[in-house]
Design a protein around this ligand. Structure first.
Ligand code: CS2
Length: 462
């Protein structure tokens, strides 16, 4: 067993990203002598990571790698943990414990549902009962998922779920809802944050590299890049935490929005575009895509011409160039199909704001239209040499069926996809210039092949 005394953070969602990002930061803070940042790691469903942690004395290795250099670091921040679906009460007890000061979350875009809110609310209710209005009852709940206004969303989800809680729910039994709501408003702080580090899912190659370099069997070793950023809103339950976080390299700012928008719309959006193209071309990783000059050129122009004019982060040219270098990192085996997963939830956050901003300024974002046609071609489910692939997405079957149903009729195919309001909003499908452009690109991709169509598009749009 780990040392449960030092777990001031409860983290929900033990995926690769948490282990190489927030856990890495908390590990640094602990190494600086601040023991309060140990993590109680909660896996939402899958016990594998926890099982591995238990047999590895609560440690794992992270390879920080670029084309030129690589080194390994051992992370020891996670000290204890459990699986939410198996030991729910333990999670609730940890949320209520006076040792717990922070809750961090990486539960992916699709994790923000009432099940999550109910778990948090049960913890809040228990905390309210046990700690009342003491200062120690205050809690920072930091969403670290790639969602715009992630903190606000999480707070709204919790409050709305509480307001709709049925009379017989555990929450009501523990007290009056309006009292709990007032307590949450006073004691729970939900800062917005922007988190960034490219962390591919672990691979057999990475585990072998860990064995070669370290001489150990590490079942959950990871590879990542040296770059990382965490920008968090200055809305923390304990204001002194700002200084602690800053000492580990976290930026604490009054307004996260420019950082968050730049990240979602520049990094994640071009990631999704490259990933769809890569899957169609049979390229396995983002680095493979970046080694294809026309794809690199496309990502550069997508960011420069369609996206950057509508985002505010300073030094955007340098930001874009740094992103292109990060994408090209050959040491990161970041699979295109991993990035394509949950596209139906990612694209509304990554692409739609750029479409909307351009159209509001009477511009037609041509590169984004090309990317959209690639996404539709991607949904067909087979690359250009006919090799089929699958990807994980709650809507995957439905979207693929639509594409198959209309395959060959590009206008119908495009309309059937663009009319899905949960992805494209209400107006894109009625936007004739946009629909026509996407349709023409899909036609070109389908009849001439993606690289040929891309070449023509890049020439024609100069
Ligand atoms: C990627 C992100 O998988 C994806 O959808 O775009 O995980 C990306 O690598 C991170 O947001 C980088 O910070």
């Amino acid at each position: 067993m780990g040392n449960p005394v030092n777990t001031g953070v409860v983290h929900l969602g033990l995926g690769a990203f948490h282990r190489a990002h927030q856990a890495y930061v908390f590990d640094q803070l602990m190494q600086q002598g601040d023991a309060r940042w140990g993590v109680f790691g909660v896996a939402m469903h899958n016990p594998d990571v926890l099982d591995a942690l238990k047999t590895q004395n609560w440690q794992y290795a992270v390879q920080v790698a670029s084309a030129h250099e690589s080194h390994w670091q051992t992370i020891r921040a996670i000290q204890d943990g459990c699986v939410a679906t198996l030991e729910r009460q333990r999670v609730v007890d940890k949320l209520a414990s006076p040792d717990t000061r922070w809750v961090t979350l990486t539960v992916t875009e699709k994790g923000y549902d009432t099940t999550l809110a109910q778990l948090l609310l049960e913890g809040f209710a228990a905390r309210f009962t046990q700690l009342g209005n003491a200062f120690a009852a205050r809690l920072t709940i930091a969403s670290c998922d790639n969602l715009s206004h992630n903190g606000d969303r999480l707070r709204d989800l919790c409050v709305n779920t509480l307001m709709h809680a049925s009379q017989d729910s555990a929450l009501i039994r523990s007290g009056d809802t309006s009292q709990l709501r007032a307590w949450i408003e006073q004691h729970c702080f939900f800062p917005n944050s922007m988190v960034d580090r490219i962390v591919p899912q672990s691979s057999a190659a990475c585990l072998l590299a860990a064995r070669d370099a370290l001489g150990i069997e590490d079942k959950i070793a990871l590879s990542t890049e040296s770059f990382w950023e965490w920008v968090i809103e200055d809305k923390l339950a304990d204001p002194n935490d700002a200084q602690a976080l800053q000492s580990a390299g976290v930026q604490v700012v009054s307004d996260v929005r420019p950082f968050e928008e730049a990240k979602l719309r520049m990094l994640n959006a071009s990631h999704s575009a490259l990933a769809a193209m890569g899957a169609v071309l049979g390229l396995s990783t983002i680095a493979d895509c970046m080694a294809t000059p026309s794809l690199r050129n496309f990502a550069h122009r997508l960011m420069t011409e369609d996206i950057a004019p509508f985002v505010q982060r300073p030094h955007l040219d340098a930001y874009r160039d740094a992103l292109l270098e990060r994408f090209a990192n050959p040491a990161l085996q970041h699979r295109a199909l991993q990035i394509c997963s949950d596209n139906s939830l990612k694209l509304p956050l990554r692409w739609l704001p750029t479409y909307t901003a351009n159209r509001l300024s009477h511009k037609l974002p041509k590169h984004l239209a090309f990317a959209t046609a690639c996404w539709i071609r991607f949904l067909y489910g087979a690359d250009e040499s006919g090799i089929t692939y699958t990807w994980s997405d709650p809507q995957a079957k439905h979207l693929q069926a639509l594409v198959h149903q209309h395959w060959g009729d590009d206008a119908q195919c495009v309309t059937s996809l663009l009319q899905i309001a949960s992805i494209w909003g209400e107006t894109a499908v009625k936007d004739l210039a946009w629909v026509t452009l996407v349709t023409n690109y899909l036609h070109a991709i389908r009849t001439q092949g993606l690289l040929h169509a891309l070449h023509d598009h890049l020439e024609a749009s100069l």
